[in-house]
Design a protein around this ligand. Structure first.
Ligand SMILES: Nc1ncnc2c1ncn2[C@@H]1O[C@H](COP(=O)(O)OP(=O)(O)OP(=O)(O)O)[C@@H](O)[C@H]1O
Ligand SMILES: [Mg+2]
Length: 350
């Protein structure tokens, strides 16, 4: 039996996994989550496998791709995301997405020791744990219709508040910190003391993440006419202005690519990004009961993929926040370090 250590951050938009194989090598895996923007299906492909996660009930014929023999439950991914998208969704989609992501890296008989995060631990922590824990036999069908089954066990060592991993992974862990995580959907604000992984006062701004910025960019007339003048034909225009196109532009530091032509959108998006940040800031100040941001001795950390959006760095510095290294992945890395220390403690105790 080989041990695999995992830190797992199942985001609304991207699932981040830090996986340590038995030989000590680390894999950083990022795959689109079931709730990814305007996609009905997510196909995760590797050299020898292909998983299709459908969020569209119409495509019923491709539904059944996971079966957990231990519980005899068939995971139907499209079902996983209907209903309460922000609530029950995460614990339910956490299992199939994890398996899809780690499949090429695990072997039959592996024991996976895992620390995962969830945005609302008090409400969903137990559901997340139950959704992952246990002995699972998973079968998947490859493109050429052959089937492969692996049996492995998942042992959930801990579930922590989403983004708390950011502090756990800091080299010199600050005694008092405040994490602001700008995710795809949600922005989380978490005051933390070293003695406790997370205080009860996690502030969740469920609609303030990058997706809300994308919404504002979609209706920005200046951006529309800039893209129209450079992108010309409507199919290119539509592609650049889609959520995926806008995300790619943000990722490329504000430069859109239209049929190999580069369109510099920086000046046009600047006021839109700044407006988004201003409203985020005022929401934050309204929600904070204590003045954490000004408290002496508290380290302010910014994480999440949103911290990589152009102009966010300047804004963060103005508020004395430090952007953590690899901000989109930082939570998963910290969860992995917690998995390492908890599994070592287990060994010592045994
Ligand atoms: N290098 C980058 N430059 C600009 N934007 C980026 C970059 N990397 C990621 N992003 C943006 O950050 C967004 C948020 O990513 P993140 O992985 O933090 O979200 P998430 O954890 O899935 O969402 P949530 O925390 O709401 O569940 C992405 O959707 C993407 O648009
Ligand atoms: Mg996140």
């Amino acid at each position: 039996m080989q041990q695999v250590l995992i830190g797992y951050d199942p985001g609304n938009h991207w699932c981040k996994i830090c996986l340590e194989k038995p030989d000590g090598t680390i894999e950083k895996i990022v795959i689109p989550s079931s709730l990814a923007t305007d996609q009905n299906s997510i196909v995760t492909e590797g050299s020898s496998y292909s998983f299709t996660l459908h969020t569209d009930p119409e495509k019923g014929n491709e539904r059944e791709f996971f079966k957990s023999w231990s519980t005899n439950e068939v995971y139907e991914p499209y079902q996983v995301v209907v209903g309460d998208r922000t609530g029950q969704g995460k614990p339910r989609f956490a299992f199939p997405l994890l398996v899809a992501a780690i499949w090429p890296h695990i072997q039959n008989g592996d024991c996976i020791k895992l620390v995962a995060s969830v945005h609302d631990k008090a409400t969903y922590g137990q559901a997340m744990k139950e959704g992952l824990n246990g002995v699972h036999s998973v079968t998947y069908t490859t493109k050429d219709e052959t089937q492969e089954t692996k049996t492995f066990c998942i042992d959930v060592l801990d579930i922590v508040y989403e983004s708390a991993g950011v502090v756990l992974g800091q080299e010199n862990r600050p005694v008092k910190s405040f994490i602001l995580d700008i995710g795809g959907g949600t922005v989380l604000a978490i005051p933390m003391n070293a003695a406790r992984l997370a205080l009860d006062s996690v502030i969740e701004l469920p609609h303030s993440g990058v997706k809300s910025l994308l919404g504002q960019l979609t209706i920005c007339n200046e951006l529309k006419s800039l893209i129209r003048s450079d992108a010309g034909m409507s199919k290119h225009y539509a592609r650049v202005m889609s959520n995926e196109g806008l995300m790619a532009m943000l990722k490329n530091k504000g430069i859109a690519t239209v049929e190999k032509i580069k369109v510099d959108c920086r000046d046009v998006i600047k006021p839109v990004v700044q407006r988004w940040l201003k409203s985020l800031e005022s929401e934050l100040y309204q929600s904070l009961s204590a003045s954490y941001l000004d408290e002496p001795g508290r380290t302010l950390l910014l994480s999440g993929g949103g911290s990589l959006v152009p102009y966010v760095k300047e804004w963060a510095q103005g508020l004395n926040f430090k952007i953590v290294s690899d901000p989109q992945f930082a939570n998963a890395t910290g969860l992995h370090s917690r998995a390492v220390s908890l599994s070592q403690k287990e060994k010592v105790a045994a």
